[in-house]
Design a protein around this ligand. Structure first.
Ligand code: ASP
Length: 327
């Protein structure tokens, strides 16, 4: 081989050897789409936007939230499950769309455990039972009596089959032994607007979405879904202590990618998430919204995989025993 050709061959070989490392370091080089499978202005969207803004700064590339609501979040999740796994399409969703809905749909277009790569936990949020202002009940006991006596006309709002608000509502209704009409929305952002204007009677939704409207007096809070009352709502007792012993629902939210997303790219997003979760301003803001933030250990991809499996094991039998038929 002539010297010039030999040099060219060596150069090509070393370049191709370097290429993967250079590429891995470079990710991300362009904006990343983060699909939120619910309407804008709801809790999943709000949490995603707070986290993505800081993560964008850390990554030096924009994380752009895209809202794809409908069918209890399954449309948006499916889009990510079928997306290119190059790291430029991610999912931010909650446990309803990946665990609870397994019990509620006859067939889902994706397999939560096989079609997605866990990236990291974004935070857990308790729920609050909220009613329209005009509902004639001042506390949970009066609410229960009212719903019981008016089952034919009472309506509760939720974000579609398998959503968090559906889980919160169906466990509540099942434990109260009532059957009421459910009004599905593409997210509880739009549902909350309708609750404020009194178009349906009640909803169980993540604290993130409802605290401001409760504090402004536009809706009433009659119970919280955690076993301890919330510092943000000191006068609202737990549903568990108000007559429905054992009622407890908290909603975790997390980042996922399509199956096969590279370990390096997962680690890069996870690193930005972990840094975001320890940022003082983010911690303050999310704590005010009753979001319980994961520790560094709880925020790893492996911990999220374990949490997803645990949630499936917990909620699928619980929902089935609540007697809800899959659709
Ligand atoms: N809170 C909704 C749910 O019930 C989701 C949302 O609108 O973010 O799942």
């Amino acid at each position: 081989m002539k010297r010039r050709n030999l040099l060219a061959a060596v150069g090509a070989a070393s370049l191709s050897g370097l290429a993967p490392a250079v590429q891995a370091q470079a990710y991300p080089t362009k904006p990343i789409t983060v699909i939120v499978p619910f309407a804008a202005g709801g809790p999943t969207d709000a949490l995603a936007r707070v986290l993505c803004q800081k993560m964008s700064e850390i990554l030096g590339s924009q994380l752009v939230v895209e809202n794809i609501g409908g069918a209890g979040g399954t449309i948006g999740v499916n889009k990510v499950a079928k997306a290119n796994n190059d790291g430029y399409t991610l999912l931010f969703t909650h446990m309803g769309t990946l665990a609870v809905n397994i019990a509620l749909y006859k067939s889902l277009p994706y397999d939560s455990l096989k079609d997605l790569e866990p990236i990291g936990m974004g935070g857990t949020n308790p729920m609050v039972l909220v009613t329209k202002k005009a509902l004639p009940a001042k506390n949970f006991a009066e609410f229960q009596d009212y719903v019981n006596a008016n089952q034919k006309t009472v309506q509760y709002g939720m974000a579609g089959i398998g959503s968090a608000s559906h889980l919160g509502g169906l466990m509540l209704n099942s434990m109260m032994k009532v059957e009421v009409l459910e009004i599905p929305y593409k997210g509880t952002g739009p549902a909350l607007n309708d609750l404020v204007s009194g178009q349906f009677d009640y909803m169980v939704d993540q604290a993130v979405n409802v605290l401001a409207q409760i504090n402004s007096g536009n809706i009433k809070a009659l119970g919280v879904s955690s076993l301890k009352s919330l510092p943000q709502l000191p006068n609202v007792p737990t549903i568990d202590s108000s007559g429905l012993k054992g009622y407890e629902v908290s909603i975790w939210n997390a980042f996922f990618g399509p199956k096969g997303m590279s370990k390096e790219n997962i680690a890069r997003i996870n690193d930005a998430l972990v840094k975001t979760l320890s940022d003082a301003a983010i911690v303050k803001r999310l704590t005010e919204l009753a979001v319980d933030l994961p520790s560094k250990e709880e925020a790893t991809p492996a911990a999220l995989a374990t949490q997803l499996k645990a949630s499936i094991d917990k909620w699928v039998p619980a929902v089935k025993s609540a007697g809800v038929k899959p659709e």
